[in-house]
Design a protein around this ligand. Structure first.
Ligand SMILES: [Zn+2]
Length: 83
């Protein structure tokens, strides 16, 4: 997975990464623009299940979307009430 530099928008390379939880991985990235050279940290995290697979894991309980409502809000994440 590639990332973009938050300062200049150029591609960045991953220098190091580590799992910080069962669902999240943290990576240190460096911009490939020699005039920028920004270093930053990104987090990649599983946020919902699309297909639950065959092996349940109680440590990775995530919201699931049903196929009929694939593009709708997740349970408990309805539209914002701004009134
Ligand atoms: Zn940059």
């Amino acid at each position: 997975m590639s990332n973009r530099c938050p300062k200049c928008g150029q591609l960045a390379v991953t220098r190091t990464s580590k799992w910080v939880s069962v669902l999240a991985k943290e990576a240190t990235c460096q911009c490939t623009n020699a005039y920028c050279s920004c270093s930053f940290v990104v987090v990649t995290e599983a946020i919902r299940i699309i297909n639950p697979g065959v092996w349940p894991n109680p440590l990775t309980e995530l919201p699931e979307r049903n196929r009929a409502n694939r593009n709708g809000p997740l349970p408990g994440q309805g539209a914002l009430d701004l009134a």
